[in-house]
Design a protein around this ligand. Structure first.
Ligand code: AMP
Length: 305
């Protein structure tokens, strides 16, 4: 089984949605990504937490096929914290506060066995850290990157440097338009294909996701609907779970054909559909590979014509 390398934030989140509030709950892009990907196969996690990071979260992650040799704990340091709400729009978080804490001075140093990774998921974090991790990986076969509006605003050049080095970039619709300075997501997707990645995924929240490929006109765009969920409790981590499920399927199959990338989009979609059904990792913790497979078949049925 191919191991998947994931770097990104490991966080304590405080979130408000129309369904309620949580304070300092387990979160972070790498946390959601790794938990999602661990439904598909083994994960090696690179990140950093402070001394305030509860031991129960470490126990949870290590109990899930997630290797934590790359997760540093900084004595006296504070874990990354993010505060946001989804009161206006469930598809777009409003950030109230980002405390980088131990991520501010983090210098990733990958355990040697992580450096042979074939599959790499650069989850959301400062793009300079994504680059530092990628530089230490010897010969990856397939690398995916995610990012967010904060980094597009304050570190656009670095985001584009990451794009030059990855096979696929995943963004939500607002971020794609912002990064490419376009109003149309179709135009933004096609334009992004010229910045480096062979493939681009644009997520449209509850409206599904588009996979753009530069391979040929017939297969240029694949469109996947979301698995229908009536009550979204907390959308936090949906994007990371999508990318984790996507890369989890790619790593377990080792198949980089466009057909399989399309299947991976569906796996990403159904993985994320679980995340939004509870706060923090609450729902994702309970998901089984069988439930993923059931939802995969439902989405397959939805697009049959
Ligand atoms: P998403 O999948 O986009 O909903 O990701 C949500 C997660 O991203 C939360 O658990 C946050 O802790 C994390 N996050 C928020 N802001 C940042 C940031 N600037 N860098 C890295 N991770 C972040």
């Amino acid at each position: 089984m191919n191991e998947l390398l994931i770097v990104g934030s490991v966080a304590l989140d405080s979130i408000e949605t129309p369904e309620g509030v949580v304070e300092n709950a387990l979160g972070g892009a790498a946390t959601y990504g790794a938990t999602a990907a661990s439904l598909y196969g083994p994960v090696n996690l690179v990140g950093v937490v402070g001394e305030d990071f509860p031991a129960e979260h470490v126990e949870f992650l290590s109990g899930r096929n997630i290797d934590l040799a790359g997760l540093q704990t900084i004595i006296g340091g504070k874990t990354f914290r993010w505060k946001g709400d989804y009161l206006e729009d469930l598809n777009a978080a409003v950030t109230h506060e980002t405390q980088l804490g131990v991520f501010e001075h983090f210098e990733p140093n990958l355990p040697d066995r992580y450096r042979d990774a074939d599959y790499v998921f650069l989850a959301n974090i400062n793009p300079s850290l994504q680059l530092a991790v990628l530089e230490q990986v010897r010969a990856p076969k397939f690398v995916l990157c995610d990012t967010m509006n904060l980094w597009i605003n304050i570190a656009r050049e670095d985001v584009l440097k990451v794009f030059e080095k990855v096979d696929i970039a995943v963004l939500n619709d607002g971020e794609a338009k912002m990064l490419m300075e376009e109003h149309s997501i179709i135009r933004a997707g096609r334009k992004m294909l010229k910045t480096g990645p062979k493939y681009i995924i644009i997520k449209k929240g509850e409206h599904g996701a588009l996979l753009f490929s530069g391979d040929g006109a017939d297969n240029e765009i694949f469109s996947c609907p979301t698995f229908p969920i009536e009550t979204v409790v907390d959308p936090t981590g949906a994007g990371d779970s999508f990318a984790g499920g996507f890369m989890g399927h790619i790593a377990r199959t080792g198949d980089l054909s466009l057909e399989n990338l399309r299947r991976a989009v569906v796996y990403g979609t159904v993985t994320a559909s679980n995340t939004v059904q509870d706060f923090s990792l609450g729902a994702l913790k309970k998901v089984t590979p069988e439930l993923i497979e059931e939802r995969y078949q439902v989405v397959k049925g939805m697009v049959k014509f």
